[in-house]
Write a protein of this length. Sequence first.
Lengths: 111, 111
Amino acid sequence: QQKVQQSPESLIVPEGGMASLNCTSSDRNVDYFWWYRQHSGKSPKMLMSIFSNGEKEEGRFTVHLNKASLHTSLHIRDSQPSDSALYLCAASHTGYQNFYFGKGTSLTVIP
Amino acid sequence: GPKVLQIPSHQIIDMGQMVTLNCDPVSNHLYFYWYKQILGQQMEFLVNFYNGKVMEKSKLFKDQFSVERPDGSYFTLKIQPTALEDSAVYFCASSPRERLFFGHGTKLSVL
């Protein structure tokens, strides 16, 4: 069973628009979430992490976490063509050093 | 930032041959991982390694796979013998505890 589910599978937004990506874990032990961005042919790079309920903002990127539902979302405002990439959500839990990834959301930002 | 080095970047071998993928993790990291990614899709967990031992392995980590890190040198993934379905990009990652740092990947092509 897939521990981390991401939606949508793919997303197209116009330049300057808002992109919203979702991630949910089915493992009740999960309490840490990460968002990674992977450009084509490159390695994943961590964008943001969130461990507490609520919201975290860094520049154009905002992450939300609802620990009760184990749901996190990533929002990219003023999307740029350079944001076009595969966005991977990962989850882990305290004391268990493993990271489970979802299938990713492929984001395309059209100029 | 911290860098994980992977050697080689691309390896082409015939089916049935043995291959060893090498990873030089960040020097003070304690946890090491191998992930498999096909066609820029899901990052699939293979195995993690700590204190000289495999901690967890997935169903993808077949009997033909093995990992080791002899005397603090390269963290290696060996596949013997290789199969066509082993063709993929293999990413090594290391972690001090939380957060993964990825190498650039080794593209393995099994002919």
